[in-house]
Design a protein around this ligand. Sequence first.
Ligand SMILES: [Zn+2]
Length: 331
Amino acid sequence: MSRIIVIEAGHGGRDPGAVGNGLREKDLNLRLLEHIRSEATRAGVIDNFRFVRDTDVDMNMTTRNSQIVSHNPHLIVSLHCNAFNQSSANGFETWINNETIRPLATRIHNQVFNYHNSHTRTADRGVRRNGHNGNLGLMPNHANTVLFEHLFMTNPEILRMNDDNYLRGLARAIISATLEREINFNPQVAATPDLSVALGLTQGQLTVNTTLRAEPRSNANPIRSVRAGVIFERGRREGEWFFIRLASGEEGWVRTTTFRRGIGRSLGFSEGQTTRVVQFRETARTNNTNIIRALPVGQMVQLGSSGHTNEFWRVRVHNVTGFVRRNAVRL
Ligand SMILES: [Zn+2]
């Protein structure tokens, strides 16, 4: 039986958690949770994770705990950021609710700390149990819990958490650490056709300002900057780069992370491809017989833009709409 890890975002709704440096803790906790969800999906390990308080809602202790316990988790990971009445307080700490979990929690803590510390020198406040952490007291006390206090909202160090690239890396560190193995976050599917060509979707649209470059490298030969919102034609891919052509006729390379695939997304669907045989279902549930059919490896599908639950994508295949497991689809 695979390990089930519940990821829980602290605070929410009318409870902002700690505030400081123009940021609210509840927002950072939730953004980190979303990165854990998307990176676990990308790496094909989403089946190991469940998510609690995954929107900005009020959630009292009873509701929170009953949702957590309903997943029968091996481990609860509670996401928080710290605060203190002196802005000099800083660093990363992990709380545990029993001594049995200390060896595992220490390995997890060290790996996550290394991420923080490799970016910017960070104080290691260690794995703690004695003393008071009010949030830990809210967790179900019979289940193994690690509660992260990621940096101090009351110290400018928190500003680095207000960066989705930073949060993505942190999410990856948490996934690898809690699963206790190396995770490949850039899985390659062998011998797959180019997605855009297969669906005839050859446009893209920049989502951020970026630089058009003459080669697929980040540190050389910029052609010019290109604004968010620009629509272009997509060509071939090399690693993290796509060759594009602008309406002006200029050609060059942009990072794959700087745009979305254009036409499909604007219609409410984008494209994906199955990475394994998967059941195509009428509803987003596995425990009944509403299977439309099995989709083969390599099946092109259209993905609903907002039609996903924790574990399923709403997809369209040859104009039939249904659901498939998210971790079986490559975006
Ligand atoms: Zn908190």
